[in-house]
Design a protein around this ligand. Structure first.
Ligand code: PEP
Ligand code: MN
Length: 349
């Protein structure tokens, strides 16, 4: 439920309302509904005796949150949530691009990847150090060294880094290397222990849609993170498994406007894992931005033919550079801005 607080109520009264909510075993989280202070009481609502909350001094009225996902719903937070990743706002007016290779491989590869992503107009650098591979015999990631190569490559450009966490036992390592955004991959969208653990941090989380998850299941997974206190959640549509084998996954473009209406959380798209082929990435990227996505996560490798994973879907830095110009044009046509100044590549002499 949403407890709407009367205007000009002092802090002590707000604290008393919160502690009453907490004494009932519910979680009390502040929000603003059209500038009015509200406290969301989250948990098993049946524990509140009829009329108790309404009778507290300072309470104007109580509204139910109808959706099963409470903190993730627009009812809880009508304005768009902007998740700040260091100096970069995700979910605001500007479109942000996260780019980098599927896997972190070597220091040299990451230095080239960071330079390419930066020159192309990406604002965050991605790279997987712990890789969820279908086969146990495939390359599993560079693990701790991978985190180091990723962070070292991004530092000279001041770029925040995004990397996937598969196991709560690695959280301390992620914090030690200063990972800026924790990615929860499609295969772990409903790994509830993992979701609860990242919910206890304040580090922003990219929550990818499960391989065949419904939007409701996806938002309930986001709710697991939010219910622990971490509302810095970015949803990533990365294509769902469909009946169509011609491409890797089906980018659910419809999910983007649907989510933007249903939740205040930022929504980005990953056209690389959706199409599974580099040639499809530009069209899918533009479709996602036109549909209202707040950003894109694009795989980009300095030498896709030599990539240790997902090379067939990786763009070259030059291809990414050409694409970001188109993304900026579609963003502008949709009343949005592009997150970074776009710099022309030096002409080849
Ligand atoms: C990835 O981003 O490299 C990845 C493994 O993505 P997904 O979880 O969407 O398959
Ligand atoms: Mn990949």
């Amino acid at each position: 439920m949403l407890i709407m607080i009367k205007p000009n109520v002092d802090e002590a009264q707000v604290a008393a309302i919160k502690s009453c909510v907490e004494d009932l075993g519910l979680r009390a989280i502040e929000s603003r509904i059209r500038r009015q202070l509200a406290i969301a009481a989250i948990g098993d609502q049946d524990v509140a005796p009829n009329g108790l909350i309404e009778s507290l001094p300072g309470v104007e009225h109580v509204l139910p949150i109808h959706k099963p996902y409470k903190l993730a719903s627009r009812e809880f937070h009508p304005d768009n949530r902007v998740v700040s990743v260091r100096h970069i706002p995700i979910g605001g007016d500007a479109i942000q691009v996260i780019a980098g290779p599927c896997s972190v491989e070597t220091p040299e590869q990451m230095i080239a990847a960071a330079a390419g992503a930066m020159a192309a107009g990406a604002s965050l650098l991605r790279g997987g150090a712990f890789k969820p591979r279908t086969s146990p015999y495939s390359f599993q990631g560079m693990e701790e060294n991978g985190l180091k190569y990723l962070v070292d490559a991004a530092r000279p450009y001041g770029m925040p880094v995004v990397t996937e966490l598969m196991d709560p036992r690695d959280i301390d390592l992620f914090l030690k290397y200063g990972v800026d955004v924790i990615q929860i991959g499609t295969r772990n969208m409903q790994n509830f222990r993992l979701l609860k653990e990242v919910g206890q941090l304040q580090v922003p989380v990219i929550l990818k849609r499960g391989l065949s998850a419904t939007i409701k299941e996806w938002l309930m997974a986001a709710e697991y993170i939010a219910a622990q206190g971490n509302l810095n959640i970015i949803l990533a549509e990365r294509g769902v498994r469909s009946f169509e084998p011609a491409y890797r996954n089906m980018l659910d473009v419809s999910a983007i406007p649907y989510l933007k209406r249903e939740t205040h959380l930022p929504v980005i798209a990953d056209p690389s894992h959706a199409g599974g082929a580099a040639w499809m990435v530009p069209a899918l990227s533009l479709a996602a931005i036109a549909a209202g996505a707040d950003g894109l996560m694009i795989e980009c490798h300095p030498n896709p033919a030599q990539a240790w994973s997902d090379g067939e879907q990786a763009l070259t830095p030059q291809e990414l550079h050409a694409l970001t110009r188109q993304v900026a044009a579609v963003a502008q046509a949709s009343g949005r801005a592009y997150g970074q100044p776009l710099i022309d590549l030096p002409r080849a002499s």
